[in-house]
Design a protein around this ligand. Structure first.
Ligand code: ATP
Ligand code: 3PG
Length: 406
């Protein structure tokens, strides 16, 4: 396996710039604690205890959506996991941020503002271009080393992920190391029996893009979440487009993926299992369901797969030798729409198969519904990155760490 330098290779008393992935669910403006804080705390604690000056970068949401918020709450939550204060500055590379960075003492920890609040961060571009941005050029001289711990964002070519490894000595943090090892081993594993992938979540583009490549390794895809609505649309049902002007869940993803969805649906129809119906909230606030023929996306928001679909997927999962889950099958955060996700995750937990549950949001369903992380072989805090890694391709953020070590 190709390798990179880790924090074991750092010199003493360094000024380190560390990229974490603390991207979290946000409910009514409140950032929800999740595994990402707990896992990254290990890296941050170790660096602080070793006497480095530790400056953290992370993103939250995307401009235009309601999870695009400041990182002030993240600093507080992370501080709770490392038993020391995580300072916060509402600036990324302006004077305020630079003053706070330069004032840091050995062992102190500071979190910078949401990297996506800088215009330099988001457009996906080649590392060489990202390395030239004001963001990277201004911050880099204040540090001795860059540490990437954001495995779950390593599939994105954003400045904080691919710009710094070109201008600073670059190392992997503990989460990066663990997830990389686990997911690379999984990608290379062969299974004798049935291999199933349960595909859900909101980021359909991430999964649809790799379904074709994974199609020769995976026997059956059980579809839920937004991707399943887009496939149902390709199959001719009245679903898979947006009805709220301010929420773009479907239309852009459909536009960007229509061709590949139609091709996949034609060529892999036996492999791709679609919902038999979807659930919505009726006028009394209760769960109700439509069969596929009754779907009416102009008037209803569909929030889960139907009970019949849960029953259809259950024996497929239980008859599998390996099951990979990426993304929730419905809005499991609301109990009445949790049947799809909980049905699939419980069936995986109860089956003696090799299992991986992935997704920053999705892995929360394990404790929310009384399941145990030990019932799975690997619970990844990555979603899109983990599914990309299963194709065997290296992720841009990781390739740069490997290059830096060579
Ligand atoms: N039908 C649906 N309508 C709206 N949201 C849905 C639906 N089905 C699933 N979801 C939402 O999908 C979210 C998880 O999606 P997402 O694609 O972000 O996956 P993830 O598992 O967090 O992966 P990643 O780590 O890549 O973000 C859940 O929070 C759930 O509420
Ligand atoms: O939550 C994630 O999957 C990562 O943080 C990447 O976020 P993004 O999908 O908004 O780029």
């Amino acid at each position: 396996m190709a390798s990179f330098n880790t924090i074991d290779d750092l010199d003493d008393a360094q000024r380190v710039l560390v990229r974490l992935d603390l991207n979290s669910p946000v409910e009514d403006g409140e950032v929800q604690d999740n595994r990402r804080f707990q896992r990254h705390a290990k890296t941050v604690r170790e660096l602080a205890e070793a006497g480095h000056r530790v400056v953290l970068m992370a993103h939250q949401g995307r401009p235009g959506n309601d999870t695009f918020v400041s990182l002030d709450q993240h600093a507080e939550i992370l501080g709770g996991y490392i038993d020391r204060e995580v300072g916060f500055v509402d600036d990324i590379y302006g004077e305020k941020a630079l003053d706070a960075i330069d004032a840091l003492e050995a062992g102190e920890v500071l979190l910078l503002e949401n990297t996506r609040m800088s215009d330099d961060e988001l457009p996906e571009e080649d590392p060489e271009l990202k390395a030239e941005t004001e963001f990277v050029q201004t911050l880099a001289p204040h540090f001795d080393a860059y540490i990437n711990d954001a495995y779950s964002a390593a599939h994105r070519k954003h400045a904080s992920l691919v710009g710094f490894p070109l201008v600073l000595p670059a190392f992997a943090g503990r989460v990066m190391e663990t997830e990389y090892e686990a997911n690379t081993a999984i990608a290379n594993r062969e299974f004798d029996g049935q291999v199933t992938m349960v595909v859900g979540g909101t980021k359909a583009t991430d999964v649809i893009g790799v379904m074709n490549t994974l199609g020769d390794k995976i026997d059956t895809f059980c579809m839920g979440g937004i991707a399943s609505h887009l496939f149902l649309r390709a199959a001719g049902y009245d679903v898979g487009y947006d009805r709220h002007e301010d929420l773009d869940l479907y239309d852009t993803q459909w536009e960007n993926n229509e061709e590949i969805i139609r091709e996949l649906y034609e060529e892999r129809r036996d492999q791709i299992k679609l919902p038999e119906g979807l659930a919505y909230e009726d006028d009394d606030g209760e769960r109700a369901e439509h069969d596929n023929e009754e779907l009416d996306a102009a008037n209803y928001d569909y929030m889960d797969i139907s009970e019949e679909t849960v029953d259809k997927y259950d024996p497929i999962i239980r008859g599998s030798d390996a099951v990979f889950l990426k993304g929730a099958l419905g809005v499991f955060e609301e109990e009445k729409f949790s049947a799809g996700t909980v049905g699939a995750v419980k069936a995986i937990a109860e089956t003696d198969c090799f299992s991986v549950v992935g997704g920053g949001d999705t892995s929360r369903s394990i404790e929310m519904y009384g399941m145990d992380e030990n019932d799975f072989d690997h619970v990844s805090i990555a979603g899109g990155a983990y599914i990309r890694a299963l194709t065997g391709d290296d992720l841009p953020g990781i390739e740069l760490l490997i290059d830096a070590a060579n």
